[in-house]
Design a protein around this ligand. Structure first.
Ligand code: ST9
Ligand code: ZN
Ligand code: ZN
Length: 323
């Protein structure tokens, strides 16, 4: 089931997600920040709508609350198991039906299409904490969390992004199909399905159905994702590599269904579990393991214990806890 160490490294040579120490930011004045007011307005409206969803929460039926959790998990897996571990890092292989499932889930998450997300994410790993990192955490919590979506990108993000090898994404029919029909898929899966299912099947009011499994679920899922870029790049230990910013943050790992072990993940980006400890606080790993069991996923890449131990010794901050 698992490939470890150097064979895993050799196989994934086309994925450019390894930190590139050779890039240096240009000295001198930074280009001015250009606000994108459309995004400021839309994000504000979304968060006001989500707050209204919180007010409506006591009026939601039990079935609607369960449905909200289902939508959160499904869209979350479209990000974690889908665009993150599969398409950005190629840390395992997924069959066609699983890729279709993950692409649908990804459209429910509405976080840009798979191609754009994976490209931005590879450039984030390759040039972390520099001008070429889309959500450069050295620009502060707010920028790393949501601010980066409210301004034009730094020119270095686009320049370095254009140099990335993305042929694997272009060759994946599921990725390109989702990209072609992205807007329609988002309208249907992120907004209509979460709202219409409770209304049609158990008579929930349209208002509750729109604001709770719709907007509140979407806003919570976005913020859980953004916490990986903000909190998990600022707060936590660095047991694997103290020379990089990303941290181990168990609280983020819980809300982001397994994606908060960020010091490990930036040290070993090809590991399908994004943490050393398998399913612990890691629902996404449990999901991928289940997919392997069902024969829908294969070739999960893992780092060998020896390689981890050597790395902890060489670059860790001394805060390592086993398990
Ligand atoms: C969202 C994304 O929320 C969240 C991602 C989070 C990542 C997290 C990672 C952590 C690990 C995983 C954890 C998962 C946890 C999940 C938990 C779940 C419970 N390279 O973009 P434009 C080109 S999205 C190469 O307009 P501007 C581009 O192709 C939320 N090229 O840049 C285009 O070329 P052309 C909803 C690049 O104008 C041109 O440049 N969505 C790159 O600066 C212009 O592109 C939104 O809010 C690159 N890297 O605008 C909208 N980038 O002209 C978000 C760009 O030839 N986006 N190019 O077509 C936008 O509105 C805009 O992108 C912008 C920048 C305003 C931010
Ligand atoms: Zn990653
Ligand atoms: Zn990161």
């Amino acid at each position: 089931l698992f490939k470890t160490g150097s064979s895993a490294m050799a196989e994934r040579s086309t994925v450019e997600d390894v930190f590139d120490d050779s890039y240096r930011e240009k000295e001198g004045p930074k280009p001015p920040m250009m606000m994108v007011w459309r995004n400021v307005i839309l994000m504000s409206l979304l968060h006001v709508g989500a707050l209204y969803g919180l007010i409506l929460l006591p009026y939601a039926s039990f079935s609607t609350l369960v449905w909200t959790a289902v939508c959160y998990l499904f869209s979350g897996l479209g990000v974690t198991a889908g665009v993150h571990r599969l398409w950005s890092h190629r840390s395992y292989k997924a069959s066609f039906p699983l890729r279709v499932f993950l692409a649908l889930a990804n459209s429910m998450a509405f976080q840009n299409d798979i191609y754009d997300w994976a490209r931005d994410h590879r450039v984030h790993h390759k040039h972390s904490e520099t001008d070429a990192d889309p959500h450069n955490a050295t620009r502060g919590f707010f920028f790393a969390h949501i601010g980066w979506l409210l301004v034009r990108k730094h020119p270095d993000v686009i320049e370095k992004g254009k140099k990335l090898e993305l042929t694997d994404l272009k060759a994946d029919k599921v990725v390109m199909f989702q990209r072609r029909h992205y807007k329609l898929s988002v309208v249907i899966l992120c907004f209509l399905v979460p709202m219409l299912v409770p209304w049609y099947f158990w008579g929930e009011s349209l208002a509750v159905a729109y604001f709770v499994p719709g907007l509140l679920r979407y806003a919570l899922m976005l913020n859980a994702t953004w916490l990986v870029n903000s909190a998990a790049h600022i707060w936590g230990n660095r047991p694997y590599d103290k020379t990089i910013n990303p941290r181990e943050n168990p609280l983020v790992a819980f809300t982001a269904i397994g994606e908060g072990f960020h010091n490990y993940h930036h040290t070993f980006p090809f590991d399908y579990s994004t943490s050393e400890f398998g399913c612990k606080l890691n629902l996404t790993t449990a999901f991928i393991d289940l997919m392997c069991f069902l024969g829908l996923a294969t070739d999960c890449k893992r780092v060998s214990k020896d390689m981890i131990a050597a790395r902890i010794k060489r670059t860790g901050d001394g805060n390592y806890k086993s398990g």
